[in-house]
Design a protein around this ligand. Sequence first.
Ligand SMILES: NC(=O)c1ccc[n+]([C@@H]2O[C@H](COP(=O)([O-])OP(=O)(O)OC[C@H]3O[C@@H](n4cnc5c(N)ncnc54)[C@H](O)[C@@H]3O)[C@@H](O)[C@H]2O)c1
Length: 337
Amino acid sequence: MRILVTGGAGYIGSITTHRLLDAGHEVIVVDSLVRGHREAVDQRAEFVCAEIGDTSVLERSLPGCDAVMHLAGLIEVAESQTNPGAYFDANVAQPARMLEVMRVHGVDSIVFSSTAAVYGEPSKVPITEDAPTHPVNVYGATKLMFERLLDWHASAHGLRSVRLRYFNVAGALPDGTLGEAHEPETHIIPRLLMALRSGQSEFEVFGGDYPTPDGTCVRDYIHVCDLAEAHRLALERLGEGGPGAVFNLGNGRGYSNLEVVRTCAEVTGHEVEVKVGPRREGDPAVLVASSEQAERDLGWKPTSGDLRAIVGDAWRWHTGPGTSHPARHGSGGTPAR
Ligand SMILES: NC(=O)c1ccc[n+]([C@@H]2O[C@H](COP(=O)([O-])OP(=O)(O)OC[C@H]3O[C@@H](n4cnc5c(N)ncnc54)[C@H](O)[C@@H]3O)[C@@H](O)[C@H]2O)c1
């Protein structure tokens, strides 16, 4: 298939692009590089540096594509709360224009990298696809708005979409050549690894009085390669004429923040002292997604569910030689959800 991948210079998009090309698909990446890295785009892909709301670019790039894989967007929860307009523009308004160009050119399939943040504070875990969607931040709300737009395009124009909802993605390509390089980095595993690598003595986790076995938040981590595989399977389902769907993706097993710190210390051989800070507003105690539906309907099963394996690959990315990626050895700060 010929696929237009938006956000293919970002963390998940670059690894998904790599996997799609390995599977024999043709890929054209559209990314403005507002948060991504040109070096992360697989050399076998065509690259267009543009915003996804730039309809003149899409008018040239979309004809001949069989589907869109949509990963571009802004992803920082805290930033979304202080700059909602930018999040609405990047996550709703611009992709809305893209849908119009898709419609005009008869591109009727899209895989959307959504988020489990659309669920908000879950009433039960593991979270299933029929859980109510009540996002508690602007980021989650904008992702849900775009999902709703996909529904309207489905009923009006027959668009078929697969939306993938997941929480925390971590890890890297096992050869250490592509990995997570957000700026600023807010995800706990890369921040922790950068802290360990730089010899930082203390690492803060947010909240130690949650109703969890060790009092810290519990989160579900998914290996980025497993996630890329889910994106590929979703795409091929649409390519075979399959119907649209929503799938939650996760390991079905949560790890507490203290378990994450301990695992990172064990894998890297570096120690750091944990400082337990105050809770952050809006951080639920436990977030774990149920992937039963994806296993059943998509044939997807995580192969690297073990946190040690995820951290091991991420550590290779942070420390290994052989890539010129500029953001790879960035410095750490405070951890996030
Ligand atoms: N990283 C996670 O843990 C996680 C969890 C759940 C969902 N997601 C979703 O996965 C997707 C990818 O996340 P990521 O971690 O790879 O983020 P990322 O920031 O590394 O990648 C996003 C890419 O989109 C590009 N981009 C942003 N706005 C754009 C625009 N208007 N036009 C063109 N390009 C634009 C950026 O330059 C960047 O390369 C996002 O849509 C995010 O909502 C990520």
